[in-house]
Design a protein around this ligand. Structure first.
Ligand SMILES: Cc1ncc(COP(=O)(O)O)c(C=O)c1O
Length: 392
């Protein structure tokens, strides 16, 4: 848990490089050391040095990451977990009780829905999946008479993989009117492109596995909040349940996070070029990218995001067969789960990332592929897509 009010004055990239990254006082090592120790010597019983007692409760490398995350999301408190889903689970345990309801986007990440529905459902947590971009529907779902109270409103924007954009400020108002908290999964945008707390959200969730880590070499998750009471509850669950990130993972995540701004600019440049190239090509039914002027969320995205990001979804007129063929025909785009790394990845959500929601109301169209556009040369990525699509 970290307090970072003083770092909020500087620019994003300055905070990315410096927040939580003070040099080591004994040697002057510019990169703070990686602390592997699981326990800390006490100067007499209870005589803790800087509050460190045991690795599950606190670790300087994890603290450095938490400070950096808080500074970049513009929050007062950040918590680093072993994965994005561990962070989500920690949050729900911290704030929900049996009988509480979570109103969530009907195109939420499949693993989020699986956690809420199949793991937490049997413990008494209810859920209502809904189209978050239709605000009237959200208002009535959140305040639905006769149902148990909505404790959390949970949204991804841009959503995964349909790239829907939801008005965070409007949703915060709807949630707060009903006495619920607004949770924004900011994984797709990253803190460089969007800061939900500044728009009224109560909690930001990240799979730091994605853009924050940025190099597809570490799994992690985070929660960022402003409210002190909420932070106390999350901190207690993080400590008592123990799904913390390990020191090596925290170190790698911090290293990746230092270059987030530079990477997101490049991801956004490349994705914009690729999306524009894809539009209108034979065999393509729809290109879902908020940077395209005719995307239904384009204006809203321009308002609440700094740029449009590196994720594109594409639907094919040739249906499932065409989507599968393209997914299996690229060379630079690697067919793999996950997103947000410097290398371009191709995903067939219906059978891969969102396989767990197949056959439910959260199922993803079978003619859709999802691209995580990396930082390679855009011309090479376009040439790769061209050769794959021309096989249709
Ligand atoms: C939007 C989103 N949220 C949460 C998660 C879960 O994160 P993790 O895989 O780090 O547990 C993912 C993973 O793909 C994701 O895409």
């Amino acid at each position: 848990m970290s307090e970072t009010a003083e770092t909020h004055q500087t620019g994003f990239n300055t905070r990315a490089v410096h927040a939580g990254q003070e040099f080591e006082p004994r040697t002057g090592a510019v990169v703070p050391p990686l602390h592997f120790s699981s326990t800390y010597a006490q100067d007499g019983i209870g005589g803790l040095r800087s509050g460190y007692e045991y690795g599950r409760g606190g670790n300087p490398t994890r603290d450095a990451l938490q400070e950096q995350l808080a500074a970049l999301e513009g929050g007062r408190h950040a918590f680093s977990f072993g994965s994005g889903l561990a962070a989500e689970d920690g949050l729900i345990r911290a704030v929900c009780s049996p009988g509480d309801r979570i109103v969530l986007g009907n195109d939420a990440y499949g693993g989020t829905y699986r956690l809420i529905n199949r793991v937490l459902g049997p413990w008494g947590i209810q859920n209502t999946p809904i189209d978050m971009s239709a605000l009237d529907g959200v208002r009535s779902a959140v305040s639905a008479e006769g149902k148990d109270r909505a404790r959390l409103v949970w949204v991804e924007t841009p959503s995964n993989p349909l790239m829907k954009i939801t008005d965070i400020a409007a949703l915060a108002e709807i949630a707060h009117d009903a006495g619920a908290l607004l949770v924004v999964d900011n994984t797709f945008a990253s803190p460089y492109l969007q800061n939900p707390l500044a728009l009224g959200a109560d909690v930001v969730v990240h799979s730091t596995t994605k853009y924050i880590g940025g190099h597809s070499d570490v799994v992690g998750g985070a929660l960022v909040v402003n409210d002190g009471e909420l932070a106390e509850k999350i901190g207690f669950v993080q400590f008592a349940v123990g799904a913390v990130s390990g020191p090596m993972d925290a170190f790698l995540t911090t290293r990746g996070l230092k270059t987030l701004g530079v990477r997101m600019e490049r991801h956004s440049d490349n994705a914009q070029k690729i999306a524009e190239w894809l539009v209108g090509r034979p065999g393509i039914e729809n290109v879902l990218y908020p940077g395209l002027p005719d995307h239904p969320g384009h204006e809203l995205a321009a308002k609440q995001m700094r740029r449009f990001g590196g994720m594109i979804s594409v639907q094919f007129t040739g249906g499932e067969a065409a989507a599968r063929k393209v997914a299996e025909s690229t060379e630079l785009f690697t067919l793999a789960e996950s997103l947000g790394g410097i290398e371009s990845l191709m995903n067939y959500p219906s059978e891969m990332t969102h396989a767990s929601v197949k056959g439910t109301e959260l199922a993803v169209p079978e003619n859709l592929i999802r691209l995580s556009v990396g930082i390679e040369d855009a011309e090479d990525l376009i040439a790769d897509l061209d050769q794959a699509i021309s096989r249709l």
